[in-house]
Ligand binder design. Structure first.
Ligand SMILES: [Zn+2]
Length: 284
């Protein structure tokens, strides 16, 4: 009987093991294990700041501080803004800033606070005095209006089919250029393509279009992001951008506790010969 109970107990432990391991792995993004933190410290070529940490799904300001202390990668925290997102007026933005500043004061650590913008008239939602309290503004191109003016989340390939790809690409390119003219600090995931077009990146992102994006970013002082979990932009684009004097930033764009190693940053930095002085440094 005792043997039977022991067998049941062992079976239960085995059933629980994958769950426990998954939980441990999940913590890699939030606060890495000492081994993972050592790996990051050894692989980072110089001090970097991750300006793309969303406070959502269990990621908090405190975890961003702990992660910074564990890895040496500085943390910048942000929240989404727009009609369908948490920050949509002065009161919601001020509450977000004040709440996180208070936590930072309690911890004795200051992180830059940013906002990700998703609507193209975002700067009309907030008073200039309130916007000034942010340390940075980040945008990406991944929500674009369709032909009827309805916002489409371009990563939702299951619900969105592009009919004329060439016409769509020209419209998307102009959408990218428009965003680069907004008062933003960082363009995240530059040259992103939805799944339907992504296998023909070099066809849609011609050198002419790449050059136009890079020149506009340099002219307007917008940093271009290298994201840990995205294959965009290409190494070719980053090399062209480096030659044109672009400022870069790094980001993770965390979601649901997923594992996002920073290795892509480090690989791209080495392959493209990027230096510390090529990266955005915000005073805050
Ligand atoms: Zn984001």
């Amino acid at each position: 009987m005792t043997k039977f109970i022991a067998l049941i107990f062992a079976a239960a432990l085995m059933a629980l093991a994958p769950f426990t391991m998954a939980q441990e792995k999940k913590s890699f993004w939030h606060v890495p294990t000492p081994t993972d933190a050592q790996h990051v410290k050894a692989a980072a070529p110089f001090t970097l700041t991750d300006y793309h940490i969303h406070l959502r799904l269990g990621t908090t300001c405190v975890k961003a501080i702990e992660r910074q202390e564990a890895t040496g990668i500085q943390s910048g925290i942000l929240e989404n803004s727009g009609r369908e997102w948490p920050l949509f007026d002065d009161a919601s933005l001020l509450a977000f800033i004040r709440y996180n500043r208070k936590i930072m004061a309690e911890k004795g650590v200051k992180l830059p606070i940013g906002m990700q913008v998703n609507d193209r008239d975002w700067f009309t939602y907030f008073s200039p005095d309130v916007l000034k309290q942010l340390d940075y503004v980040l945008a990406d191109t991944m929500i674009m209006d369709d032909e009827n003016g309805q916002p489409v989340r371009l990563w939702r390939a299951d619900t969105y089919v592009i009919t004329d790809e060439e016409v769509w690409m020209e419209r998307y390119f102009r959408h990218t250029m428009q965003i680069l003219d907004e008062p933003i600090t960082i363009l995240a995931n530059p040259t992103y393509l939805p799944a339907q077009l992504a296998d023909r990146y070099d066809h849609f992102w011609t050198e002419e279009r790449m050059k136009a994006v890079i020149d506009r970013a340099v002219k307007n002082g917008v940093a271009l992001e290298i994201q840990a979990k995205s294959t965009f932009p290409s190494v070719k684009f980053i090399k062209m951008a480096k030659a044109a004097g672009t400022t870069f930033s790094v980001g993770t764009n965390n979601g649901d506790g997923e594992i996002i190693p920073y290795d892509r940053w480090f690989r791209v930095i080495e392959e493209c010969g990027l230096e510390e002085s090529d990266f955005l440094k915000i005073r805050y």
